[in-house]
Write a protein that binds this ligand. Structure first.
Ligand code: IMP
Ligand code: MG
Length: 179
């Protein structure tokens, strides 16, 4: 990690401790359900990998990729499916796993699309939540950390596709993107 570019917000141990708590809640809530965990690429890939390994239930996984921000740090409000799910979600209890909910526009769109496909339920689990920036009525059932309005990278999150591999949840120093 280049500490001239980022400040650590939650280190790997803090993140893993919280991920385990979320997985325990999910394990309790989804017992006797038909759990399908849907990861939103690419940001959720590391969180998803850690989370599902701590869920002690039978489950299936699938992924969806949507475009939201491009290389800017501000939401365009425009969302497009780049990769759809591989399988039907009919009668499944879908749990969407997302890296961060900011305006909520991305998840609102994804939820609308998936709701039309006949799932039994749709829940949302996000690692990070910036509630102060919400524009859509999205309230995730599971939130790792509610955070202030900073631009976050690491643990799957990127800025212009960089930093996803940093193990900690980091704040990107504004000097990097305010050029
Ligand atoms: P929303 O539609 O505004 O809720 O944006 C959600 C998406 O924007 C997330 O899935 C991220 O890909 C991206 N995003 C929002 N905030 C951040 C951030 O602080 N760091 C990196 N990506 C972010
Ligand atoms: Mg994303």
């Amino acid at each position: 990690m280049n500490l001239e570019q980022v400040d650590i917000l939650y280190d790997r141990e803090q993140v893993m401790a919280r991920v385990k708590e979320l997985a325990q809640e999910i394990t309790k809530d989804y017992a006797d359900k038909n759990l399908l965990v849907v990861g939103i690429l690419k940001g959720a890939f590391i969180f998803m990998a850690d989370l599902v390994r701590e869920i002690d239930l039978p489950l299936e996984i699938d992924f969806m990729d949507v475009s939201s921000y491009g290389v800017s740090t501000v939401s365009s409000g425009e969302v497009r499916i780049i990769k759809d799910l591989d399988y039907s979600i009919r009668d499944k209890d879908v749990l969407i796993v997302e890296d961060i909910v900011d305006t909520g526009l991305t998840l609102q769109y994804i939820k609308e699309i998936l709701a039309k496909r006949g799932p039994r339920s749709i829940g949302i689990c996000c690692l990070l939540d910036k509630p102060s920036r919400r524009k859509a009525a999205i309230n995730p059932e599971y939130v790792g950390f509610a955070i202030p309005d900073e631009f976050i990278v690491g643990y799957g999150l990127d800025y212009a596709e960089q930093y996803r591999h940093y193990p900690a949840v980091c704040i990107l120093k504004p000097s990097i993107y305010e050029k």
